[in-house]
Design a protein around this ligand. Structure first.
Ligand SMILES: C[S@@+](CC[C@H](N)C(=O)[O-])C[C@H]1O[C@@H](n2cnc3c(N)ncnc32)[C@H](O)[C@@H]1O
Length: 173
């Protein structure tokens, strides 16, 4: 899995949020709706697996200060810590991380789970979720619906994005 966790935005996390803007905090808002729908009360602790820049966790921590983010990449964790020093961020692997505690909600957003590329890795990550859960813990798992790729001709072997750094710098977006 190591070499596949590599792209420009992971090497330059300061541009990640510009490339994937969320002006209305859509992802944490969706998580809040899931909490309201499936939990008797809001979670008192949240684990974000594959937390990236820590953006979602930072928003959710306004209601839940006991937040912990784990990501494979030191670049992402370093950036997350610099932006959100009050939160706990840790470089670790979702297949093997063991934090010796449980959480009220576990998130795995933005396709992070799809870095588990084999059945064995999927099992390992599911074990990680289970080990950090207790009875009643809510897992919010964001994955693409594979069915959407079947027969529609929308599957691409390769995708290219262009990031206009000059514009980002100029407009501060
Ligand atoms: C597309 S980003 C999503 C980041 C964040 N969840 C978000 O929605 O903005 C996927 C993240 O998964 C992380 N990741 C990939 N493999 C991982 C692993 N084995 N353990 C932990 N994190 C991993 C990457 O480093 C990256 O930060």
């Amino acid at each position: 899995m190591n070499s596949s966790v590599r792209n420009f935005l992971y090497d330059h996390p300061e541009h990640y949020e510009s490339a994937y803007p969320e002006p209305n905090e859509e992802t944490p808002e969706m998580c809040r709706r899931m909490f309201a729908r499936f939990l008797a009360e809001p979670p008192s602790s949240i684990l974000d697996v594959g937390c990236g820049t820590g953006r979602d966790l930072a928003v959710l921590s306004r209601d839940c200060p006991d937040c912990c983010g784990v990501d494979y990449l030191g670049t992402m964790i370093q950036y997350a810590r610099s932006k959100h020093p009050a939160l706990h961020f840790q470089v670790d692997d979702m297949r093997t991380v063991r934090l010796q505690r449980c959480f009220g909600a576990i998130l795995c957003m933005g396709s992070a789970f799809m870095y588990a590329l084999s059945n064995e890795e999927v099992d390992q990550v599911l074990d990680t979720f289970a080990i950090h859960a207790r009875s009643g813990t809510l897992l919010v798992l964001d994955i693409n619906n594979a069915a959407s790729y079947l027969g529609g001709g929308s599957f691409k072997d390769q995708t290219e994005y262009a990031v206009d750094l000059a514009r980002i710098m100029r407009e501060g977006i």
